[in-house]
Each structure stands twice: as structure tokens, then as C-alpha cells.
Design a protein around this ligand. Structure first.
Ligand code: DLL
Length: 439
């Protein structure tokens, strides 16, 4: 009998990964023409939207013609809740996921068998690019359930030929124990949950720099280069980004190379990205900062045309996969932007500044209050264990000054004792807007 493992065959790159930019664009045009026709013919909401905008699928003759088509928003998904944007009958929908949504109805997404196969393939691509090897063990601490993180990462890891530990989020002490017992090489979770796991290791007397973990594939929330440095040095591993969103697919829309660590490559054979000005809706050029918009090119159950992600970033030329463009780090979501007396501010900006100050930890939250008709920002941030409260007074002052210099707004700094702020078990909540509560 020939010896094979389920890992064989998946170590190879997909042929599309090595396509030139011209080949990718030719493929995109073909797939885009099909997708707009498919969506128009099958989803009444698109039929109406296109008709109202006076545009027809046959108007898409070159890639730039996509700009003639209307945007799709989360609100469109809400209005057609639950299944109104599905393009196939329910007996062809193999899986449903939903995003919880902080306000209003959740957004519901569906997948055909083919969609699930494509999804697994793209997550596997991301993992391979991040240095995960077939035949190795993956500790998957993304949440399982309606959230796309757990199941998405799981299927990708299996597709790559890994052994998956489907631990999900939470029960952190147990996670630490299983990492020691099973010796996985890879961990998949949010960056802030990896911090939580790190702290639990320290508490359990486990040295976080000498575990079996070599690679972390982190995403589902914005994180900075400073946070990468923090996690890599504290845990002695390679930390790479994975990006995605449920409305477009789930994790695996884009993934990062462990060799270049220069932002996630978008799988442009399956998604056509655009960057637009979130206020004027104008299309921006590569390299310019704006809102990321996606059109799916192969999805069957939920084709999505020009979906407004609210994620703010820019498109950069491909490196590790030269035919595919990369996305810069996501600064934040336009709906997570704090506007403080006219100044725009994102939690990632505070993370970036705080982590450059040695006494301060990555555990922080932003509180907005309005004590006296004027908005006020308080940054609550834990000091690192190694420093006393007295030693951190100057660090707090420095954080305030740096925020003023780099962001342009005044902030009160509240240095908290280690372990006192809420910890993440998935996507962390950074912003606490207490303004309405006080009025
Ligand atoms: O968070 C899918 C996912 C799961 C991605 C696991 C990566 C890993 P949603 O719950 O729909 O889906 O949230 C999507 O999360 O629009 C971004 O604002 C944010 N996000 C996801 N990945 C990243 C990332 C999943 N790598 C929303 N960097 C997106 C920054 C990210 N933000």
C-alpha cells in the first residue's frame, strides 16, 4: 500500500496564485461579467438596484465599468432579512452563518457546496502563505457557531491537510493546558485573544516563549505592527494576518505571507477590490487610503456586488503573490471612528502609540464622556507588571502628549493596575461611549 496522508497534494500552490496581473485581470473580467448577470437575473434586489441606476449587466465591458454599478450595504442585507439576497433555492444552500450585529437584525449569509469548497481552499491558501505546513496541528480558537471564524478556519485547516483542534474561544486555562498536551504548531484566533492566552500561560507558570507554537494566524479585528511585535516577542512565534468578512465570505478573503509580512494579499481570482472615498463615494487609486469595497467573482449562494465594508485601508502592489494586490493594515472601521471635537481617532492609533512606551501594556480601552457639553476621551490603560504605579506616572503623561502630537486631541490618561481591564475572548471591545448615559 502506498503511504499517503490527508496532507498530500495541498502543499502545492493553486495555479491562480501564480498568475500575472494581466492574467488575473482577464479572469476577473470574465467572472465579473458572469457575476453581475447572475445577480441581476436571480436576486430581485439587484434587479431593482441596477434598473433604478439605469445600468445593465451588458454594460460591463471592461473592469472599470464596475464603477457604473450601485453599491451594496449591510442595510440591503438587513432589509432582505433573512434570505432575500440568496441567489439559489434553499435546497442548494449547504450552510448558513450570521453576524451578530451590535444593532438591529443580524446579517445572514449562505453558501452552496461549491462556495464552501472555495472558502476552504482560500483559507488553506492563506494558511500556507502564512507558513502553516500540511500534516501539522492547528489549535483553532476562533469562535464556532454562527460567526464565520471558527468553521471557516477549521475547513481551511482541514483542506490544507492539518490536524485541527476545534477548541473555539473561551475556557482559556483549558486552552493553555491543551497547547501543552497536544503540542500544536499553529494557533488561529484574534490578536487580542492571543494576548489573553499569553497572560493565562504566565499565570499557569508556562513559559510563553517555549511552547510548541510557531505560527499564529490572526484576524477578525484591527491590529497594528506594534501588536505584532508584542505577540511575536512575547510568544516567540510568527504572527501573520488573515482578513475577511461574513458578507463577502468569512475569513480568507486575504492572507499574509510569513516571509514578507507586509499586509494581506487579496485573492483577486475570487474577489475584485476597490477603494473609495467613504464620504464622496469617488473611486480612489491604488495607494490611496479609503473604504474597501468588494465584489465577489465566484460566489453562488450570495453573490455580492460592490459591498461597502466600512474598513479603511489602501491597495498596494503584490509581493509574495505578484498578480494579487495587497491591502495595507486596516486603520479601523469608518463606523468605529471616534470624532472628538472635530478630530478623527481610531483605537489602532492609540495602540500604536501606547505600545511604543515601555511601561504600558496592550490592554486598553477608550471611554468617551460628555461631562460638560464637551466630549472627553479617557484612555484607560494597564501598566506592565514590571513597573510600579509611580514609575508609570511619566509614561501616562507621555502617552497623553503623544496622542496630542500625533492624533491632535487631548485625552485623559488613566493608568490601571495589571489585570483590571476586561480581557478579550474574541473580538475585543475598545470603545465605551458613555455620552448618552450621562445626559
Ligand atoms: O471577522 C471574519 C474573520 C474571522 C476574519 C476570522 C479573520 C479571521 P465578521 O464577523 O463579519 O467576519 O467581521 C468582519 O472584522 O469588516 C473588519 O472590520 C474586521 N476584520 C476581519 N479581519 C480583520 C483583519 C470576520 N485581519 C470585520 N484586520 C471586517 C482588521 C479585520 N480587521
Amino acid at each position: 500500500m502506498t503511504e499517503t496522508t490527508h496532507a498530500t497534494g495541498t502543499a502545492q500552490l493553486d495555479p491562480e496564485e501564480m498568475m500575472s496581473r494581466d492574467e488575473i485581470e482577464a479572469l476577473q473580467l470574465k467572472r465579473l461579467q458572469h457575476t453581475v448577470q447572475y445577480a441581476y437575473g436571480r436576486v430581485p434586489m439587484y434587479t431593482k438596484k441596477f434598473d433604478d441606476a439605469g445600468v445593465h449587466p451588458s454594460d460591463l465591458k471592461k473592469l472599470d465599468d464596475l464603477a457604473k454599478f450601485p453599491y451594496t450595504t449591510k442595510e440591503d442585507l438587513r432589509q432582505t432579512y433573512p434570505f432575500g439576497m440568496f441567489a439559489v433555492p434553499m435546497d442548494q444552500v449547504a450552510r448558513i452563518h450570521a453576524s451578530s450585529g451590535t444593532t438591529g437584525r443580524p446579517t445572514v449569509v449562505g453558501y452552496t457546496r461549491q462556495d464552501l469548497d472555495d472558502w476552504a481552499k482560500l483559507v488553506a491558501r492563506c494558511m500556507r502563505l502564512s507558513g502553516v505546513k500540511p500534516g501539522t496541528m492547528v489549535h483553532n480558537a476562533y469562535g464556532y457557531g454562527l460567526f464565520t471564524g471558527g468553521q471557516g478556519a477549521h475547513a481551511g485547516a482541514e483542506k490544507l491537510g492539518c490536524t485541527v483542534i476545534p477548541i473555539s474561544g473561551g475556557q482559556t486555562e483549558r486552552q493553555v493546558q491543551l497547547i501543552q498536551d497536544f503540542q500544536p504548531e499553529t494557533i488561529m484566533c484574534t490578536p487580542t485573544y492571543l494576548l489573553t492566552i499569553h497572560d493565562a500561560m504566565v499565570k499557569a507558570g508556562v513559559d510563553p516563549t517555549s511552547t510548541s507554537l510557531k505560527t499564529a494566524v490572526l484576524g477578525a479585528e484591527p491590529w497594528t505592527a506594534e501588536m505584532r511585535h508584542e505577540l511575536e516577542t512575547k510568544m516567540n512565534l510568527n504572527a501573520c494576518d488573515i482578513y475577511g468578512l461574513s458578507e463577502v465570505m468569512g475569513p480568507g478573503v486575504a492572507g499574509e505571507s510569513f516571509e514578507t509580512k507586509d499586509g494581506s494579499h487579496i485573492w483577486e481570482d475570487h474577489f475584485r477590490p476597490e477603494i473609495i472615498d467613504p464620504f464622496s463615494d469617488d473611486i480612489l487609486g491604488d495607494g490611496e487610503h479609503g473604504e474597501l469595497v468588494f465584489t465577489s467573482l465566484t460566489k453562488e449562494a450570495l453573490p455580492i456586488i460592490r459591498y461597502r465594508t466600512h474598513d479603511l485601508t489602501r491597495l498596494l502592489p503584490g509581493t509574495a503573490r505578484p498578480g494579487m494586490r495587497r491591502m495595507g493594515r486596516i486603520t479601523g472601521r469608518s463606523d468605529d471612528m471616534i470624532i472628538l471635537r472635530g478630530v478623527n481617532l481610531f483605537p489602532t492609533q492609540v495602540e500604536e502609540i501606547a505600545l511604543r512606551i515601555p511601561q504600558l501594556s496592550p490592554h486598553f480601552q477608550l471611554e468617551i464622556t460628555r461631562p460638560d457639553r464637551m466630549d472627553e476621551l479617557t484612555v484607560k490603560i494597564e501598566r506592565r507588571e514590571e513597573f510600579t504605579a509611580e514609575e508609570c506616572v511619566a509614561a501616562g503623561r507621555e502617552l497623553g502628549e503623544q496622542i496630542k502630537i500625533h492624533i491632535g486631541s487631548s485625552a485623559r490618561i488613566d493608568i490601571a493596575d495589571p489585570g483590571t481591564l476586561a480581557r478579550s475572548s474574541g473580538k475585543i471591545r475598545r470603545i465605551y461611549d458613555l455620552r448618552n448615559k450621562e445626559q
